[in-house]
Design a protein around this ligand. Sequence first.
Ligand code: PMP
Length: 461
Amino acid sequence: MSPLANSLHARDVAYQIHPYTNARRHERMGPLVIDRGEGIYVFDDEGKEYIEAMSGLWCVGVGFGEQRLVDAATRQMSKLPFYHTFTHKSHEPSIDLAEKLVKMTPDGLDHVFFTNSGSEANDTVVKFVWYYNNALNRPEKKKFIARNGGYHGITIASGSLTGLQVNQRGFDLPLSFVRHVTCPHFYRFAEEGETEEAFADRLAAELEATILAEGPETVAAFIGEPIMGAGGVIVPPRTYWEKVQAVCRRYDVLVVADEVINGFGRLGTMFACEYFGIQPDMLVVSKQLTSSYQPLAAVVMSDAIYQAVADQSERLGTFGHGFTASGHPVATAVALENLAIIEERDLVGNAGRMGAYLQEKLKAFADHPLVGEVRGVGLIAAVELVADKATRAKFDPPGKVGLYFIEHAQAHGLIMRAVQDSIAFCPPMIITEAQIDELLARFSAALADTKAWVDAGMPAA
Ligand code: PMP
């Protein structure tokens, strides 16, 4: 037996199947084992420090090592570690959090359903919308329109809404209730000579044509992330959402805003809906809701949807949907404390101020020979690396340079994420100016390594 056979690394490879990982490559490389976290930093099992420039998976808003969240969880665990919310049962933290979410989310969202994950929340959206249209005696009105490049999760329904090949290839997805329309990425999909405004008009017209081609009586809802996250931090033109909403209203198509990444301050506003002027019928939140110290997501919806669903539940005898941990007391208690921290420390204001600083500093990279586009709002951004700045040509194969960059960033003590060759930034909302400077110094070092490797013809390691 090798001396490493009992190591964390060997046991990980032997026993654990990893999400979003090439399993054979993982067998060769082994894991990076993260041992602890503090503020914007995490440390591996050898004590090496990393800036977590992605807040884990776009989620640890208040940073690592926040004792108040540990205490909130401990208090709730001692008092009532579990109780459910099925069949007329309830508990205080879930009631408090439902009320809090209704009060803090945009007007017109009045009722909350809890799930464990964003994927479950989006499956729940689909089921609510189907149930709602059955209740209204519109059994044909069931299709969803989503966007190429959108990310809504990986369960069967949410994975169908997602518009990324990697989540569908090999899985027999998407299911047939979904249509995907153009990704609102001006840099990639605008036509020659088109302004941002004209691009937004064209996308709204495409949405309208899609609804008409399908038949408005068959189209139930439009779902989108205000700013796409996992698809590469795609910021739509400023008027895109207002135009898309107008089309949806014309055909009685519900608007679903998926703020699983955007919500709770990321853009410098509490919700991205405020930033873009979206008035959704349903809002999906997760991640920064608890800073992911506990798994939790929620669907917040209009009274009109609730009323139809409530009537139908009486007709059918029950609303036959729910998870064992819907509104879990520890998760909802942690969410309440996390939201209190965000408010008391004005982390939304900090995200706005530090976001402006980050975006300004990132602009300096626009002139770098490998950088095609710098984009973002608040504390979410991406730097897209391209093979040819003038033609915007991607590297071949896409993703190879992004992967090289990520591995070298890691060597420089910086954890980031590449979406193909776009390098994403989503640091904890507690970040300071000095920490942004340090993050960007490490980013520059990794970019210099990447440039040297590209210039050398991208030799195999
Ligand atoms: N929606 C969006 C916008 C997301 O970014 C994600 C996760 N990155 C999800 C849904 C799915 O959430 P989960 O991974 O918790 O299922």
